[in-house]
Design a protein around this ligand. Structure first.
Ligand SMILES: *Cc1c(COP(=O)(O)O)cnc(C)c1O
Length: 485
């Protein structure tokens, strides 16, 4: 049966346009709540109330079908801010030193509002030339900060994982072509799990991934890399890619990037650096020696939503041989005009998306509003705060520092005379739990070779020295409590 035809403009329900006063009032309402939220961010519980059973029953109680009729905005925002947000980790708070923080810097939200409402198409150059140029400018700023050459091309991604995925595909296409199955990828046991996942998505099966052992500072062992490559060559396989880390998530270790670059040059392999956590420290000239060799990589994962403090949803990939990135993604369609001038950047020819948001604008506006110098000062300060926190926590009786900050992340565990590994693991987990329950600071842990570690990662732009004081005090109190039992 034919659907009943409604005369054009006949039915008010068919219009989704809001009036100017309606839109203004929605903005005011949202803005007031955001300001209340941000105004009290320093007093909010750093962990939030995320008890597992409560979260499960809350989520079950929330399940509902799509509403048939609409609702005003106010009660929906009431629920978001009042009922749901308190049951989430306070990832934008100053006490958030768990995992790898970022913060969610404010100008990016303005950029999103502007780009979402103007809704320009930035997937291809022809539709929004000057806006795409802004994105090209930002990618070029990232390139310069990372010390990559002018022929580098990049693409904004949804995060570090997808950037690494694209980097692996570039290496695979360039060095393996269609003969994927013999290719072998090398990384360390400390690599982020997204490396293995990205490899699998890129057609590199688990049995072609070598997770190499690390040294006493959790960095990839070059002797192990060289012998694994030699062994695979003897077996008739094709070593093609090393994925090293500019700061691991577990302990913040920076692999010997310069030496890996030497090995890759000699072996004619691709070097991808996972800088999702650490790459932005390279923007600070005085910190570049900590990441020596990063600028020699063939490709680099960056996460502006970590080291540049942006809201979640912004990763980036840089590829030194820009033509290799383009070769993987360039495609044309009969209905697209094509003919982009050769010196113009076309996002859809450098990444998998066609229609997409406008990630460049949030980064562009943030850098324009603050200026690069101020952002660098914030990045450098996070390292200073971490170094200071590590020195103070190392002096707490019962703390064994396992990884000093190479960038802004360090890890430790708890001990006392006669404690077994099991005791230490239990106590270290208990310290994390107590610090989290106190609510001023949130830390997270990791397990490295059977040993539980507590880790402190300072990377939120909101974390300042008062929060470091709180962190040191709360760790000291928790360590004293757990080792007094
Ligand atoms: C966070 C992180 C990733 C993953 O990045 P996403 O943006 O979460 O996808 C990869 N590697 C390292 C070292 C990270 O810290």
């Amino acid at each position: 049966m034919e659907p009943r035809l409604v005369k054009g403009d006949g039915s008010p329900e068919a219009s989704l346009e809001l009036t100017m006063p309606e839109m203004r009032s929605m903005c005011d309402d949202a803005m007031r709540r955001v300001m209340d939220h941000l105004g009290s961010i320093g007093q909010q519980h750093a962990r939030g109330d995320v008890t597992h059973e409560d979260a499960v029953s809350l989520c079950r109680s929330m399940r509902e079908g799509a509403p048939e009729t609409g609702s005003p905005l106010a009660p929906l925002l009431d629920a978001y801010f009042g009922e749901w947000l308190p049951h989430t980790l306070t990832t934008n708070g100053p006490g958030y030193m768990a995992y790898v923080p970022g913060g969610g810097i404010f100008p990016a939200a303005i950029a999103d509002f502007v780009s979402d409402t103007t809704n320009r198409f930035t997937g291809a150059w022809f539709a929004s030339p000057p806006l795409v140029q802004l994105e090209a400018n930002v990618l070029d700023w990232l390139r310069a900060w990372m010390g990559f050459p002018p022929e580098t091309r990049g693409v904004f991604t949804t995060g570090g994982s997808t950037a690494t995925f694209n980097g692996i595909v570039c290496a695979r296409e360039k060095l393996l072509g269609p003969d994927i199955r013999r290719g072998v990828l090398y990384t360390s046991t400390q690599a982020h799990h997204s490396v293995k996942k990205s490899a699998r998505l890129a057609g590199i099966a688990d049995d072609r991934i070598r997770a190499l052992p690390v040294d006493e500072r959790f960095r990839m062992r070059i002797d192990a890399l060289e012998s694994a490559i030699a062994e695979d060559r003897r077996a008739g396989l094709v070593p093609f890619l090393v994925v090293s880390a500019a700061g691991t998530t577990n302990t913040g270790a920076v692999d010997p990037l310069d030496t890996v670059a030497d090995v890759c040059a000699r072996e004619r392999m691709w070097h991808h650096v996972d800088g999702a956590y650490g790459a932005f420290f390279h923007a600070c000239e005085e910190l570049r020696p900590l990441l020596a060799g990063l600028s020699r990589a063939d490709s680099l994962t960056l996460d502006p939503h970590k080291g540049l403090f942006l809201p979640y949803g912004t990763g980036a990939l840089l590829v030194r041989d820009g033509a290799a990135l383009r070769a993987v993604h360039a495609a044309s369609a009969d209905y697209l005009p094509g003919g982009t001038p050769p010196d113009m950047y076309d996002p859809s020819e450098h990444g998998p998306d066609l229609s997409r948001g406008f990630p460049g604008l949030r980064v562009w506006l943030t850098v324009k509003i603050f200026g690069a110098a101020r952002l660098r000062a914030a990045i450098a300060e996070k390292r200073i705060l971490a170094v200071e926190a590590a020195a103070r926590i190392a002096r707490i009786p019962g703390v064994v520092m396992v990884a000093l900050p190479q960038l802004s992340l360090f890890a430790f565990h708890v001990t006392w005379p006669g404690a077994s590994r099991e005791d230490e693991n239990t106590a270290t987990r208990a310290v994390l739990e107590r610090v989290g329950a106190r609510g001023r600071v949130l830390l997270s842990g990791c397990n490295v070779a059977g040993r539980e570690l507590a880790r402190v990662c300072v990377l939120s732009f909101r974390t300042r020295s008062a929060n470091i004081d709180a962190c040191v005090e709360d760790v000291a109190a928790a360590v004293a409590e757990v080792s007094r039992r």
